[in-house]
Design a protein around this ligand. Structure first.
Ligand code: 5GP
Ligand code: MN
Length: 346
């Protein structure tokens, strides 16, 4: 068996809510990723198997490569069905807040969730959770919220009830939040859990292909273009920067999600431990900032200090309101400020 991570008091408390609840709402963060969708659907399948009325509402759509996930078609998007979603949020007995630690991460849904009389539980792995839920299950040492969902279901005593579909969703979240078990993935317990998920009949190799081998030709060409022309390496700082303008996105028929994972690529260069990806988002009139590091370099601290953001030690992000030139200039300033740390943490 695996070690207990979630506090017994939290399990006991949630068990009471769960037993009494009829209508359960699951919400996760804006621009949902594999872990947001995987943890939401993992919990959704479990609640459904227990006869609950359960809904998932996400602030906006998730990338196409997650669309195959069992139950994905039942997810509601707040930006499309706001009024209906508001009614469901208001009427819920329990709201499960998955994979986010601060209410602003659910964007325009925040007011409705805060105003709802529902009991709220957070299940998350981002550091420093805000205090907006009665039960807060927050474990930054765990590499995915999906793993926490698995642990929660098991600790409630329902391992047997996890279906293959639910297991597929949980596995997808664990896989995507660890770069297919290439970072934050040294905890032996992860592999114990994977073996338990395999016992449910999941095909992990097929899941990998469904998530990662679905690129469009234009995405692959865009990747070639940015690596050849738009990647700047700062060897003296062990860092790299990639920028992508709106015009370039148009040129390569960019669709949402096409730059997913680009930020990680420069980490393949020997000596590079910190990367930044800046993408112009004219719809939101801002520049989306993605940061990644390896080792102990705190890119969440840099995100908070320079780009009004946050996140994990090794994966964080933020937003910049201004031009690409200004965002790039700010990155150079941040590099100078953080150079001692970047050199020290080589
Ligand atoms: P990504 O680069 O994949 O968009 O985001 C990586 C991680 O950074 C997310 O899981 C999240 O924890 C954090 N993050 C991304 N964007 C923001 C943001 O605008 N604000 C905050 N606080 N965190 C962010
Ligand atoms: Mn996550």
């Amino acid at each position: 068996m695996f070690e207990k991570v979630i506090k017994q008091a939290n399990i006991d408390h949630f068990r009471k809510w769960f037993e009494r609840a009829e209508k359960i709402m699951i919400v996760s963060h804006v621009a949902p990723d594999g872990d947001a969708v995987g943890s939401s659907l993992g919990l959704y399948h479990f609640f459904y198997s227990q006869g609950k009325k359960v809904n998932i509402i996400l602030p906006n759509a998730f990338p196409d490569f997650l669309r195959w996930m069992p139950g994905a078609k039942d997810i509601l998007f707040y930006d499309r069905y706001k009024e209906f979603a508001d009614e469901l949020i208001e009427a819920a007995d329990v709201i499960c807040c998955l994979d986010f630690n601060t209410i602003k991460r659910i964007d325009t849904m925040a007011d409705a969730v805060l105003a709802s009389p529902a009991r709220k539980i957070m299940v998350d792995h981002h550091p420093h959770p805000d205090d907006f839920c009665r039960i807060t299950i927050s474990h930054p040492e765990i590499s995915s919220t999906s793993e926490l969902v698995f642990r929660l279901i098991c600790r409630l005593g329902y391992f047997e009830e996890i279906t293959r579909q639910g297991a597929e969703c949980i596995y997808t979240g664990m896989m995507t939040d660890t770069g297919s078990f290439t970072y934050n993935s040294n905890d032996p317990q992860i592999y114990y859990i994977i073996s338990e998920l395999l016992s449910k009949g999941i095909d992990k190799d097929e899941i990998y292909r469904k998530v990662y081998h679905t690129y469009s030709e234009s995405r692959l060409r865009l990747m070639g273009y940015i690596l050849c022309n738009k990647m700047e390496v700062f060897p003296e700082c062990h860092a790299a920067l990639i920028t992508l303008t709106e015009e370039e996105q148009k040129r390569y028929n960019y669709i949402k999600g096409d730059s997913e994972g680009f930020v990680n690529i420069p980490l393949q260069i020997k000596g590079v431990i910190f990367t930044c990806f800046l993408r112009e988002d004219t719809e939101k009139e801002m520049i989306k900032v993605s940061l990644r590091s390896v080792g102990t370099f705190p890119c969440n601290q840099l995100a908070a200090e320079y780009y009004n953001g946050g996140g994990h030690l090794n994966a964080s992000g933020g937003e910049f309101y201004g031009t690409m030139e200004e965002a790039t200039e700010l990155f150079r300033k941040a590099l100078i400020a953080y150079k001692p740390l970047l050199i020290a943490k080589k």
